[in-house]
Design a protein. Structure first.
Length: 129
């Protein structure tokens, strides 16, 4: 991890900690470590080990990819809502199986039009339904 990545991780930890209303001492206590460790993480002097990154993500209500700078999405889909999402996708897939190719493409076009912000250029493959 280069210095910029360390600095970014530290800034994200600090920002999320402050949003949670936690002091460095409180976060350190919840992690079972000294405040110095948290200070070193936030300053970018030290990279937390994997188990601490995971614990930080849980405590700070985010995900490891955000802390590591691999994603700019601090709040991904709630894992508890994934079953509902899976059910919705299965319902759409069942409906799509009963449609002609023309109707499937029309359905996808309508969904993309209605929710254009949720789709990016990589979502061009319309045969995934």
């Amino acid at each position: 991890m280069d210095e910029n990545q360390k600095r970014l991780m530290g800034q994200r930890i600090k920002s999320l900690r402050e949003k949670q209303g936690l002091s460095q001492d409180e976060l350190a206590s919840r992690l079972g470590m000294n405040r110095t460790n948290v200070s070193n993480y936030e300053s970018g002097r030290t990279v937390p080990p994997g188990n601490v990154i995971r614990a930080l993500a849980d405590l700070l209500k985010t995900n490891a990819d955000y802390l590591l700078g691999r994603s700019d999405n601090a709040h991904p889909l709630d894992i508890n809502k994934m079953d509902d999402l899976d059910d919705d996708i299965r319902a759409i897939q069942r409906a799509a199986k009963n449609m002609s190719t023309k109707d499937r493409k029309k359905m996808l076009s309508m969904i993309k039009l209605a929710f254009e912000d949720a789709f990016d250029e990589e979502d061009e493959d319309e045969d995934d339904l």
